[in-house]
Write a protein that binds this ligand. Sequence first.
Ligand code: DX5
Ligand code: ZN
Length: 217
Amino acid sequence: MNKPIIAPSILAADFANLEREVKMINDSQADWIHIDIMDGVFVPNISMGLPVVEAINRHAKKPLDVHLMIVEPGRYVEAFRKAGAETISVHIEACAHLHRNIQQIKALGCRAGVAVNPHTPVSTLSDIISEIDLVCLMSVNPGFGGQKFIENTYRKVADLKSLISEKSSTAKIEIDGGVNLDNAKPLMQAGADVLVAGNFVFSSADPKEVIGRLKNL
Ligand code: DX5
Ligand code: ZN
């Protein structure tokens, strides 16, 4: 089993102390910083926008993994790139022209990801999987941190792993939502590569230590 790429989700951080939180991530064994962008339309919640991503980027020493939970993401990918995004994931359910959006993200020099909701079968990625760098498998319904992990995700990881090898894709599998020390290892054994963790990290007494425990399962 490879070591997971750990991406703490800043959504669960203390927004009044973002500089401190980003520095904690810099000093930890985390690999990426996951940033959730919610528009109140695609998902029933509003999180943060471009100025906050820019502010995080001013202090971050780890790549920014931006998860766009917004409609018409193509209108904003360039701005998120300029704000510091290194990976940009768009939702398959929000993109009528997914292939175009992926090309757009890649042309900006970003890693391109596709996020899929819990109800969306991974088979819908069949004709895009060889074009992308990341699949963000939602293991909760997007919109909020701190939700319960959906167990069906294990089966989806296995299905996605088969699709990736069948299509000789290099896409990484990212798990987003409800990740903790109970499900992290079985997820990695099922074929995951990247673990996003929000509440489990930031609501603990020692977030840096929890990041280290997720990294060294
Ligand atoms: C949910 C977000 C997740 C969330 C994860 O809409 O996409 O990235 O921040 O948070 P936890 O780990 O608390 O479920
Ligand atoms: Zn996310």
